[in-house]
Write a protein that binds this ligand. Structure first.
Ligand SMILES: NC(=O)c1ccc[n+]([C@@H]2O[C@H](COP(=O)([O-])OP(=O)(O)OC[C@H]3O[C@@H](n4cnc5c(N)ncnc54)[C@H](O)[C@@H]3O)[C@@H](O)[C@H]2O)c1
Length: 269
């Protein structure tokens, strides 16, 4: 029963930011369940490496260089998916802009850049995918949000948090509009999942590691592979009644009301 419940054979999945990190492991997990894959990233060499790993699993893979803050590139991406596969079953909007600057100092251009990438770019991808999925009568979209979507982090996250809050509103609206036509839209809220940026910040300030861990009841940092099971579940028929959901992937951080686990004094130093 379980293998059929999570079977994604012959489906087509596109994940942005899938050259590395959570996006890569989301797409690899879907491919392991049978999906063909569209690997999307700014970093085309690394995207091609992900595509090669997916082809080694016996699936088809297409690597596309695309900046998710540019709607023309996103529309062209979907045209390439049409040409290569003629369908789209799962979309993971994972890639996004990250900026940290104090609210009193941040130039409005940086606020706009965060919005363009996380809100406008995610919405354009949802719109392109949604149009196709509605035609097919079926599809699953997962937007990556953040704990910053639902709770304040402090430490210079104003532009990111405002944009990630909008990602939650987008997810709820699209789920409400589209789930009756077969398109489910959900949002994963990750926290403190190791990536090169987080590792280098902790390396430059050794106190950060303990501060972060103090907000993680599970007792460890997230690993990019932690997103795999949730991604397969949300893509599959096992989740056919799950839509409009905000799902923390945070080692219990939100439940203990720890926000981002780091006070503003760390950012100020
Ligand atoms: N790591 C965490 O703890 C955490 C927490 C909350 C939210 N997030 C969000 O999850 C997403 C992925 O995080 P990660 O830790 O896997 O990141 P990562 O840095 O390991 O990987 C991000 C990938 O996205 C690509 N990318 C960046 N900007 C892009 C753009 N404009 N267009 C196309 N590709 C682009 C990068 O080249 C890279 O391959 C991000 O949106 C991040 O804000 C991460």
């Amino acid at each position: 029963m379980s293998s059929q419940l999570f079977d994604l054979s012959d489906q087509v999945a596109m994940v942005s930011g899938s050259a590395q990190g959570m996006g890569k492991h989301m797409l690899l997990a879907l491919a392991q369940q049978g999906a063909n894959a569209v690997v999307v990233d700014l970093n085309i060499e690394a995207a091609q490496n992900t595509a090669a790993e997916i082809e080694a699993l016996g699936r088809q893979a297409l690597a596309v260089q695309c900046d998710v803050s540019d709607v023309d590139q996103i529309r062209d991406l979907y045209r390439q998916i049409d040409d290569k596969f003629g369908r789209i079953d799962f979309v993971g909007n994972v890639a996004g802009h990250s900026i940290r600057q104090k609210p009193e100092d941040i130039p409005l251009e940086e606020v706009e850049a965060a919005w363009r990438s996380l809100v406008y770019g995610r919405f354009c991808s949802c719109q392109e995918a949604g149009r196709r999925m509605i035609q097919q009568g079926k599809g699953s979209i997962v937007n990556i949000g953040s704990l910053a979507s639902v709770t304040a982090l402090g430490r210079g996250h104003i532009a990111y948090s405002m944009a990630m809050g909008a990602v939650v509103a987008m997810t709820r609206e699209l789920s409400t509009e589209w789930s009756g036509r077969g398109v489910r839209v959900n949002c994963i809220l990750p926290a403190q999942t190791l990536n090169p940026n987080l590792k280098s910040r902790m390396a430059s300030d050794p106190r950060l590691k303990d501060r972060y861990l103090s907000g993680l009841p599970v007792g460890r940092f997230g690993d990019p592979t932690d997103i795999q099971g949730l991604s397969v579940f949300l893509a599959s028929d096992a989740a056919s009644f799950i839509t409009g959901a905000l799902i923390p992937m945070d080692g219990g951080n939100l439940a203990m009301n720890a926000g981002g686990s780091v006070g503003s004094e760390v950012f100020n130093e």
